[in-house]
Structure formats: C-alpha cells, structure tokens
Design a protein. Structure first.
Length: 276
C-alpha cells in the first residue's frame, strides 16, 4: 500500500509527499530527516491522506496535487468532491512510463523510425532543428507515443525562454527537457511537463543539483549518468520528485538497478535496451 499525504507545517505552509509507511514517514519528518522543506518548519502534522495500490499511482497523484494552488489544496483537505482522487488532470507521462518504464532517447534522426517501432511508449528527442521539428513531432504523435523535447539540443532555436515558448506553443510536445532553471520555470508557466536534466559529476554538482531542484520543483528529474543507484535514492529522498535515469544504461541489470533504487523510468539510446 502507498500513501499520498499533505502536511501542515509550523508556519502554516503545506507540504505534499508520498510514502509506503505513513506513520514512520510522519515520525521522520518531525525528526527533521525527511525533507529540507519541512526540516526548518517543525513540527508538522498530517492533515490529508489518500491510499494507492502502487507507487506509480501514488507519484502520479502527488504530482497532480503539487500543481494545485494553496487554496485548491485547502479545498481538497476540506473534502471538496471535485478534487478527489481520480478527477481532473491525469499526467500523460506517468501513464506512459507505467505501461513501459524504458524511454527511447533519440540522438540521431536515422534511428527515429527504430524508436517509433520499438515497444517504448515515450521518446526523448535529443536532436532536430527549426526546419524539421514539426514533422518529427507529427511522426511521433502518429504512433501515439509521448514526445519530450530537449530544448537545449534543438538547432536553430535560441536557448532562452522565447525559443522554449515557440516549441511549446507551435510544436506541442508532451513535455520539455532542459538543464536550465529559467526554462523549467517558463515551462511550468506554459503548463507543460518539465524534466530537469542533471549531470552528476561530483559531490558539489550533486548538492547544487538538489538545491536547484528543491527551489525550482520540476515535474521530473533526469539523472545522468544513470548507473548510480545510491545517488538516485539520495536525490529522491531529498526532493520527492519522480526520477528518470539516463546515460551509460547498458543492459537489463542497469535498468533493474535504477528502478529498484527508486527511479520510475530509464532513458537510453541503446537500441537493445528498448526491447528488454
């Protein structure tokens, strides 16, 4: 059993999370060990709780509630039936990775057809340009696959908010991927799914990455390289944001290791892994 919960902090702010053990999670929060946010706002108290059969559903609902305004969260806590579980927005990303947690990362357009014919439900597009992006998007959508565009890697677009706004409003991807905090903010303002890409090279980049995530709150995180289960676990425990691992994913063992560490999906350009 999994639980989605809302805590009221000592300063009256609200914190949303999910867990498999609500009693222990509440205890750990009040010990200052669960979250940077609640650590400085103790004590906290449980004000809302929902139950789910698996972590994908719980994470999906957690993400949904985190998009609510404070007033909307208060209405949920008060029992507004229009906000109860099962209604409203259902994130396409979570549905796709629940069906298949392996995401095809396409960094060469000659391999796009292979990715579209694979069992993968989602595509991370890591190449393209201003002239062919719309046609690529049409091909992906015609296969009923989720399209997530890496805004940092598309040629011909400015790597600023204007370029991102054009992509979101004219190409209509299911979401965007970027390393840039300002583009994550813009993506959230444009109501698109945001994935922040983190390159973990050393302990400093790890701590800076966690701090950035904590401040920006993207909808998901892609960690590279992906073969670091302890780091995956640490980042998820610190941020409580869904994690995708990518880079250096070589085989089934790497996929299982990532998922067991807490990742909800694995992105890879390795064609053999697409068919696991």
């Amino acid at each position: 059993m999994c639980y989605v919960y809302i805590l009221e902090c000592n300063d009256k702010t609200l914190y949303t999370g999910w867990t498999v053990d609500i009693d222990n999670r509440l205890k750990v929060h009040n010990e200052g060990k669960a979250s940077k946010y609640t650590r400085s706002r103790l004590p906290v108290k449980l004000v809302y709780l929902e139950k789910y059969n698996n972590k994908i559903e719980a994470q999906k609902r957690e993400w949904q509630i985190k998009q609510f305004t404070r007033d909307k969260k208060l209405k949920l806590i008060e029992g507004d039936p229009s906000l109860c579980s099962g209604g409203g927005f259902m994130a396409n990303f979570f549905e796709k990775v629940e069906a298949n947690p392996i995401i095809a990362a396409v960094n060469d357009l000659e391999r796009l057809d292979e990715a579209l014919d694979s069992p993968c439900e989602s595509i991370f597009l890591l190449t393209g340009n201003i002239f062919n992006l719309k046609e690529i998007a049409h091909r992906v959508k015609s296969k009923d696959k989720g399209l997530y565009i890496n805004a940092d890697l598309i040629d011909g677009f400015s790597k600023d908010t204007w370029g991102l706004e054009y992509i979101v409003k004219n190409i209509h991807p299911d979401g965007i991927i970027t390393t840039k905090s300002n583009l994550i903010r813009m993506g959230k303002n444009l109501n698109t799914f945001t994935i922040q890409r983190l390159f973990i090279l050393d302990s400093m980049s790890l701590e800076e990455g966690i701090e950035s995530i904590y401040n920006i709150r993207p909808d998901a995180i892609e960690i590279l390289p992906g073969v670091m289960p302890k780091i995956v676990k640490k980042i998820y425990e610190e941020t409580k944001i869904p994690i995708i691992t990518g880079g250096l994913i070589m085989d089934k063992e790497d996929v299982i290791s990532s998922l067991n560490a807490g990742a909800i999906a694995v992105s890879t350009s390795n064609k053999k892994v697409w068919y696991i």
